[in-house]
Design a protein around this ligand. Structure first.
Ligand code: ATP
Length: 338
């Protein structure tokens, strides 16, 4: 089966072709980069309006030129169209959904509505070959831990305010650093030393707003930016690691999977790997192209959903900007329940 995936929840206008027989995923992305500040929803939607059709056309041209499954020249380029249905910015999601519906109707193939957060996680679970991991989603707009039980992912712990990447980006906006801030904080942290910042974990949940205010204040008070960046990472990633460990302990799982754009940070991966090592658990983070927003993860999960018959009629395919991952019936893992 070949599936076209389309992603565009926030900044990445992305299309991909996943070929299940060849086990290949080719991703084509045009990123929105704000000229100043963070992501502006209207500007992001403008970007999607221009870039999504172009990326989709490129991906379909690529599929037409691919002969890995030996299909005849006049065969359909794809067997299904999967799109990010939510969560994400409403104006962006609507453009992605319109593109997906148009291609699915034009080719007369099934439409699959994928939960973006579960795509972040399933891509890691699949590449690790884990059966029942705890999953940490450390992305721009989200931060949560999920475990799988009884046909659904269950929310084990989550941020009480902003997503982890957005929190870091807010701090760097205060420094007038361009978006995205995460990689710049990671680079600056290399030369930093420890200073105290607030550390807020309440049971299985955590909060980032206090630490970000304190980090901004520290810079304004003259603390070296490198020291604040270093300490910000130590505190924020320490919080995520602590709750990930508690989630492993709570569920009895010995597998941890990381998803989301902040997962590209080497220090976060190091902390999680070390924690897993100390408790005899396995840790897996997918390759970076699958960590940040990308249509490859949408196409991969879309293929599994399509194979399970989990498709959606065009007239019922409205977008879901606030779609929580624990609200999604997991149709594609029947027979694997634990
Ligand atoms: P979501 O997937 O929740 O909708 P999103 O659309 O913002 O979030 P992602 O691609 O998952 O997108 O993550 C983007 C975030 O990752 C940005 O906030 C960015 O600063 C952060 N990020 C990217 N690279 C790094 C890094 N090396 N270290 C820390 N953060 C990073």
């Amino acid at each position: 089966m070949r599936v076209l995936g389309i992603e565009g929840t926030a900044w990445a206008a992305s299309a991909a072709i996943h070929d299940t027989e060849a086990d290949t995923t080719d991703i084509f992305t045009d990123a929105y980069a704000p000229e100043s500040g963070g992501i502006h929803p209207r500007e992001a939607a403008e970007h999607m309006r221009g870039a999504v059709p172009t990326q989709v056309a490129t991906a379909l041209d690529h599929a037409r030129g691919t002969v890995s499954d030996g299909r005849p020249d006049d065969a359909l380029p794809v067997d299904a169209v999967a799109f990010s249905r939510g969560p994400g910015l409403g104006p962006c999601l609507r453009i992605v959904a319109t593109a997906a519906r148009t291609v699915a109707q034009r080719l007369d193939v099934p439409l699959v509505g994928v939960n973006h957060m579960l795509a972040h996680l399933e891509i890691g679970r699949a590449s690790a070959g884990f059966s029942s991991p705890v999953c940490l989603n450390a992305s721009g707009a989200n931060a949560h831990l999920l475990g799988y039980h009884g046909g659904r992912y269950r929310m084990l712990g989550e941020t009480m305010d902003t997503g982890v990447g957005n929190a870091i980006d807010k701090f760097t906006r205060h420094l007038d650093w361009s978006h995205p801030g995460g990689p710049k904080v990671e680079a600056a942290a290399e030369d930093g030393e420890y200073v105290d910042l607030p550390y807020v974990v309440k049971g299985m949940d955590f909060s980032f707003s206090g630490i970000m205010s304190a980090a901004k204040q520290a810079v304004d008070d003259g603390v070296a930016v490198e020291d604040v960046c270093f300490s910000l990472q130590e505190h924020v990633f320490g919080m995520l690691t602590e709750v990930a460990e508690r989630a492993l302990s709570l569920t009895g799982s010995d597998e941890l999977v990381l998803g989301g754009g902040v997962g590209q940070n080497a220090r976060l991966r190091e902390m999680l790997a070390e924690m897993c090592d100390q408790r005899g658990a396995s840790f897996h983070a997918p390759e970076p192209r699958f960590l940040r927003d990308n249509a490859g993860m949408i196409a991969v999960l879309g293929a599994r959903m399509a194979a399970a018959g989990d498709t959606v009629a065009v007239e019922e395919s409205r977008v879901r900007p606030n779609w929580r991952p624990n609200d999604v019936p997991v149709t594609w893992r029947s027979g694997e329940d634990v």
